[in-house]
Write a protein that binds this ligand. Structure first.
Ligand SMILES: Cc1ncc(COP(=O)(O)O)c(C=O)c1O
Length: 293
């Protein structure tokens, strides 16, 4: 259990951390978030996550509560107080607390700024044993999935539906019958012709920071990438499938809708990309902000 949380400028015992009952994050999910992995003390893609945090805030016209440069200091202090070197850090910023009204508050309000850090073992399983089984389900989310908001009810319900069906996660399918992404990660396939395919970063998906980090690694492998939509059938017939996110890193997908992908094990390219991403974080190739935790 985390010991300490950060709420609006104060480090407080996790069990006592709270926000106002009129907070617009609580009332309307009028709020954004980021999740940053800390692996053996190294921040994974801090810069990319802070870039996306700024973008999400600006799309919703919420002010950044502190100067951007201060955030890594707060993260580091939170990790120190929780004695964590392997963790997921959650940053949540809401429009703030104001009398309930759909319209933005007329008087300026101070955004609510919360940070928590949870222990997470990135090495609990070997990559070869990390394969997950997914089912495809309708994508019932809103039309601006590029903004990382805390409006997460559709993926919450999809995840539970996937678990109830005996799978580990869901790949979501749009009205035209194409996969958008997983409940909390980006979806990729490697076709039998050796082409890597993932959806283009439009408003239809969240542009994953891990996804962006992987693109140069692909080039190093001489791989050909197609950023386009693909169907569940194409995925089932793929040589490999995997998903990417700050917590999943690169996770092999070994079955879709009960049909085995490849030989049902993590594919060689998936394993290679996973290792390349771990190396990239360890060596600080993400142009890290100065230090390790
Ligand atoms: C819907 C969705 N897509 C993709 C991702 C992957 O993004 P990232 O690689 O930045 O963690 C996430 C992460 O939480 C997500 O929620």
């Amino acid at each position: 259990m985390p010991k300490t949380a950060y709420v609006n400028g104060r480090y407080v015992p996790h069990g006592e951390a709270s926000v106002h009952v009129e907070d617009r994050g609580f009332q309307f999910a009028d709020s954004v978030y980021e999740v940053i992995g800390v692996i053996n003390g190294d921040f994974a893609d801090m810069r990319g996550h802070l870039d996306r945090l700024e973008r999400s805030l600006s799309e919703l016209r919420i002010d950044m509560p502190v100067r951007r440069a201060v955030i890594p200091f707060i993260v580091r202090e939170l990790l120190r107080r929780n004695r964590l070197r392997n963790a997921n850090v959650y940053i949540q910023i809401t429009r703030g607390a104001a009398p309930r009204d759909f319209a933005f508050p007329k008087k300026p309000v101070v955004p609510t700024f919360v940070m928590t850090a949870r222990p997470f073992s990135f090495d609990a399983k070997r990559i070869e044993d990390k394969g997950v089984r997914v089912v495809t389900l309708p994508d019932r989310r809103w039309a601006r999935r590029d903004i990382k908001t805390t409006n997460l009810l559709p993926p919450v319900l999809a995840k539970q539906e996937a678990l109830d069906a005996g799978a580990d996660d869901a790949w979501l399918v749009d009205r035209e019958g194409f996969v958008t992404e997983a409940t909390a990660s980006n979806a990729w396939i490697l076709t039998k012709d050796g082409v890597l395919v993932t959806r283009a970063p439009t408003h239809d998906i969240l542009k994953g920071v891990t996804r962006s980090a992987i693109l140069p690694l692909l080039e190093a492998e001489g791989l050909y990438l197609e950023e386009r939509a693909f169907t569940p059938l194409e995925a089932v017939e793929a040589a490999e499938a995997f998903s990417t996110s700050a917590t999943a890193l690169v996770t092999p997908v070994v079955a879709i809708d009960g049909r085995t992908i490849g030989d049902g094990k993590a594919g060689p390219l998936t394993v290679k990309l996973y290792k390349a991403y771990r190396d990239y974080v360890r060596k600080g190739l993400d142009g890290q902000i100065g230090w390790s935790a």
